[in-house]
Design a protein around this ligand. Sequence first.
Ligand SMILES: O=C[C@H](O)COP(=O)(O)O
Length: 278
Amino acid sequence: MASYPILPEKLLLISLKMYFTPDRTLTYLHDLLNPANEIVHPTNKDKLLLALIPDFLTIWPCAQILKEYETNLAATTRTPNPTPTFLLGAQDCFWESQGAYTGEVSPASIRALGCSIVELGHAERRAIFNETDAQTARKAAATCAQHMVPLVCIGEVTAPGPIASQAVGQAVTECAVLVRAVLAAIPDDAPVIFAYEPVWAIGQPKPAGVDHVAAVVQGIRAVIGVRAGTARVLYGGSAGPGLWGAGGLGRAVDGMFAHQIEGVREVVREVEETLALV
Ligand SMILES: O=C[C@H](O)COP(=O)(O)O
């Protein structure tokens, strides 16, 4: 019987959006996995996992690269059938698994190619393609039905005003609508990830302030409440090195998004330091 993926304590996600050509995506993945770059530490996998979320066209070759990587690792460490040291995700999926839905991508196919995470309801999809909370919730249910983890993007649209408490309350209220819709649509024991991405902080020169993120994430965790399945809350929105460590987001969230290879390496080190892994 299929089971849900087990989520580690901390997750670092890399969404390539539509930035790269296919060859560049594959080079990027090779660079992430290259031991010389000291990014992926297989011994940390119970506590910290990286996931790459490439475009649909490169999921298959990325899955092949990861399979070869895991096979070599298993041979080197003499561990038969080890749990993955690196996860693969998709940037969206449809809510049906098969049928006459031209241009859509089936969650069953995504799963068959080796993905364990599906990003859903990203602010860009909501703004450009008018995706709704109800559609995102249906997609989350379809993702869980394939025993993958929905990575649901939430976040307020308007930047905080001068009164911090009001800004936090408004943000939590906006996020809560989709959080509740998704939790009502998926099984209680299904793992789920919420990516708190304030819309006003995506693609900007700097991320949202730590205090704002910490307070909103606390509010989001209260909305999630107690459930049987694991729920992780990550931060996304111009995240990068320097955001995690002392006085940073490490105390508030279960992971972040990251991008450039150099930046990913630095973020991994910062998370490892707080976990005292190396
Ligand atoms: O997928 C990542 C989030 O949308 C954040 O993107 P960003 O780091 O470019 O702001």
